[in-house]
Design a protein around this ligand. Structure first.
Ligand SMILES: *Cc1c(COP(=O)(O)O)cnc(C)c1O
Length: 548
C-alpha cells in the first residue's frame, strides 16, 4: 500500500538524473534536452531573434503563483523554452549589438557538467578536479597575459564587477591596513578614467567607499586616460592626505575599445610612491575584461603575418598589442571569458600578479599563507561568495583548450577584419562619420548625417564649438531616428541589428554625442553582412528624408 506522498516522490524521481548507471534514464535525460533544443530550433528564422519580437507580459508575470500540483519534466521544459521567445541570437551575423558572445559548444558542455554535479569551488573537498580546473584556467590565463604563472593566483567570480571588487578590496588592505576588520576609518579613493565602466562606481557604493570617492580622470579623443592629468589628480589626492584604494586602468572600454597607457600609469604610480615616500604602494588594477583576449597577439609576428591577415587588420591588431602587451605591469587583472572569450555567462576571472595578495583579504589569519602550499585549496577563506559554481572555470578551460593561441588569434583577427571593412565603407561615405577611428577593436561607433552636411568639418565642430550645439542636438535626434528605422527593419529579418549609445563622449561644452554602434562578435560574420549595415543606413536615410 503506497501512500500519496510515496507516489509523488516516485514520479518526481524521474526528474532527477540517476545516481547509479542507468543508460535508459540517461537517454531520457539527453532526449529531454534534445526536445528542448528542437523546440528552440522551431523559433529560428532569417532574423537574428528567436520567434517574433514581442514584448514580455510583465503583468502576467507578476500574477504568477506556485501551483499545488507537480508538473512533468516535459511540461516544464516546454514552458522554459518559450521563455526564450524574442531573445536576440548574439551569434547571428545579423546581430551586431554589443560585446555579447555566442558561447562555443565545448564551453556550453563545460558550463553544464557542473550544473549536473554541483561542485562547490569553496574548497577542494567539494569540488575536487574542478578546483584544479580553476587553478589550471588561472595559470593558463596568467601566462597568456604575461604574468609569471608560478607566482600569480586567481579566482573566478560573479562578473567584471566582481573582479573590480577583489582588486579594490586588496588595494584597500594595502592603503588602509586592517579595514576588513575595523571598517573604513579614513577616506580612500578609486582613480579611473571618465570612460571606465560604471562598475567602479557600483563597487565604491557597495563597499562603503562612496561614489564621491571615485575620481574620473578625463580622456583623450582616443578614449584613453590622460596620463598628465592622472598624475596631477593623484598628486592632489596625496597632498590632501587621502589614501588610494585602487588605480584602475581600463584596457578596452566598453563602448569604444579605448586602451589606457598602462606603462605610463605604472611609471606615474611608482614615481609618486617615491616622491611622497608612501608607506604603501597603491594597487594598480587592469580592467581588461574586454581587452585581455588580445594577449594572444603578444608573440604574433606582425611583419611575417603568418595567418595572412589583411594590412588594415594587421595595423589594427598591432595597434591593440602595443597597449595590451604591457598588461603584466598591473598588480591584478580582470578577465571576462563571457565577453571576448566566447563562454556562457558567468565566467569572470580575477588574477593577482602575486598570489600572496589574496591572503591579504582572507577571513582568518591563523591559516595563512595557505594558498598552493598546504596541498589543499580553500579559496572560500577569502572569496566574497561562499558557494561558487564550477561553470565559470570549466567553460573557460573548454575554450582555452579549444582555441589555443592560434584559434583565438584567427577568430579575433576575423572579427577585427570585418569591423575594418565596415570602417572603410563608413569612412568612404559622405553621410557617415566614424567616431572611434583610433580604437582598434571589433566595435565601431559612428554617426549618420542628413544630406548636405559636410562630414569633414561638422563632426569636429560639433565636438568643440558651442556655436554648433543646436546642430549637434538635432543630429543626435536624427541618429536616434535612423537607429529606430534600422532596428525595426532588422527585426523583420532585413539588415542588421545594431545599437545606440546615448553618450559616446561629451562635447567640450558638456553635451552628449549620440552614436550608432556595430559590435561584431559573430564567428559567422562575413563581408556581406557588413554591406547590409550600409544598405540599412542608406534605406533609413531615404525613409527619413521622405518622412519630412
Ligand atoms: C562589462 C564591463 C564590466 C562589468 O563586467 P560584468 O561582467 O558585466 O560585471 C567592467 N568593466 C568593463 C570595461 C566592462 O566592459
Amino acid at each position: 500500500m503506497t501512500t500519496p506522498y510515496e507516489e509523488i516522490v516516485q514520479s518526481l524521481r524521474q526528474a532527477f538524473p540517476k545516481p547509479v548507471s542507468d543508460r535508459m534514464h540517461d537517454a531520457y535525460f539527453v532526449f529531454s534536452f534534445m526536445r528542448a533544443l528542437d523546440r528552440v530550433d522551431a523559433m529560428k528564422s532569417a532574423s537574428p531573434i528567436l520567434g517574433e519580437p514581442e514584448d514580455p507580459d510583465f503583468d502576467a508575470a507578476r500574477l504568477a503563483r506556485m501551483a499545488d500540483d507537480p508538473q512533468t519534466l516535459e511540461e516544464v521544459s516546454a514552458q522554459l523554452v518559450d521563455r526564450l521567445l524574442g531573445m536576440f541570437i548574439w551569434g547571428h551575423p545579423r546581430s551586431q549589438i554589443n560585446v555579447v558572445p555566442s558561447p562555443t559548444i565545448p564551453s556550453i558542455i563545460g558550463g553544464m557538467l557542473p550544473s549536473i554535479y554541483n561542485p562547490n569551488l569553496c574548497s577542494d573537498e567539494s569540488s575536487r578536479g574542478v578546483a584544479a580546473t580553476e587553478i589550471e584556467a588561472t595559470a593558463m590565463t596568467a601566462d597568456l597575459v604575461g604574468y609569471d604563472a608560478a607566482s600569480a593566483g586567481g579566482v573566478f567570480t560573479f562578473g567584471g564587477t566582481g573582479t573590480l571588487m577583489y582588486a579594490t578590496r586588496i588595494g584597500l588592505e594595502k592603503a588602509c591596513p586592517n579595514t576588513g576588520e575595523t571598517g573604513l576609518r579614513e577616506p580612500a579613493v578609486i582613480v579611473c578614467s571618465d570612460q571606465a565602466h560604471y562598475a567602479c562606481r557600483t563597487i565604491a557604493a557597495w563597499m562603503g567607499l562612496g561614489e564621491q570617492n571615485v575620481i574620473a580622470v578625463p580622456t583623450t579623443d582616443e578614449n584613453e586616460i590622460r596620463p598628465c592629468l592622472l598624475e596631477s589628480f593623484l598628486r592632489d589626492v596625496l597632498k590632501e592626505g587621502r589614501r588610494i584604494a585602487c588605480i584602475v586602468a581600463t584596457m578596452g572600454t566598453t563602448d569604444a575599445f579605448g586602451l589606457d597607457d598602462l606603462q605610463a600609469i605604472r611609471e606615474i604610480r611608482d614615481t609618486l610612491v617615491d616622491e611622497f615616500d608612501l608607506d604603501y604602494v597603491p594597487h594598480l588594477h587592469a580592467d581588461a575584461v574586454i581587452g585581455w583576449a588580445w594577449s594572444v597577439f603578444n608573440d604574433y609576428d606582425f611583419e611575417e603575418n603568418p595567418l595572412g591577415f589583411q594590412h588594415r587588420t594587421v595595423r589594427s591588431l598591432a595597434g591593440t598589442a602595443r597597449r595590451i602587451q604591457h598588461l603584466s605591469l598591473a598588480d591584478s587583472i580582470g578577465v571576462d571569458f563571457h565577453k571576448t572569450g566566447f563562454t556562457p555567462y558567468v565566467s569572470s576571472l580575477f588574477i593577482a600578479k602575486d598570489a600572496a595578495d589574496l591572503s591579504r583579504i582572507a577571513r582568518a589569519d591563523e591559516s595563512m599563507p595557505y594558498l598552493f602550499q598546504s596541498g589543499h585549496y580553500h579559496p572560500g577563506k577569502f572569496t566574497l561568495e561562499t558557494t561558487r559554481s564550477g561553470s565559470g572555470p570549466m567553460a573557460a578551460l573548454a575554450n582555452l583548450l579549444l582555441f589555443g593561441r592560434q584559434g583565438l588569434q584567427a577568430l579575433l583577427g576575423h572579427l577585427v577584419t570585418m569591423a575594418e571593412v565596415l570602417r572603410e565603407h563608413l569612412e568612404g561615405h559622405s553621410a557617415t562619420h566614424v567616431l572611434n577611428g583610433a580604437n582598434f577593436g571589433p566595435v565601431t561607433l559612428f554617426r549618420v548625417y542628413p544630406d548636405g552636411v559636410d562630414t569633414f568639418s561638422v563632426p569636429n565642430r560639433e565636438m568643440n564649438d558651442i556655436g554648433y550645439r543646436d546642430q549637434l542636438l538635432a543630429h543626435n535626434d536624427y541618429n536616434r531616428r535612423i537607429f529606430e528605422i534600422i532596428n525595426r527593419e532588422a527585426l523583420k529579418g532585413r539588415g542588421v541589428v545594431i545599437s545606440l549609445t546615448d553618450c559616446y563622449r561629451e562635447t567640450s561644452y558638456g553635451e552628449p554625442v549620440v552614436g550608432l554602434k556595430s559590435y561584431i562578435m559573430s564567428p559567422f560574420s562575413e563581408e556581406k553582412y557588413v554591406d547590409y549595415v550600409l544598405d540599412s543606413i542608406a534605406q533609413a536615410r531615404d525613409e527619413e528624408r521622405e518622412a519630412k
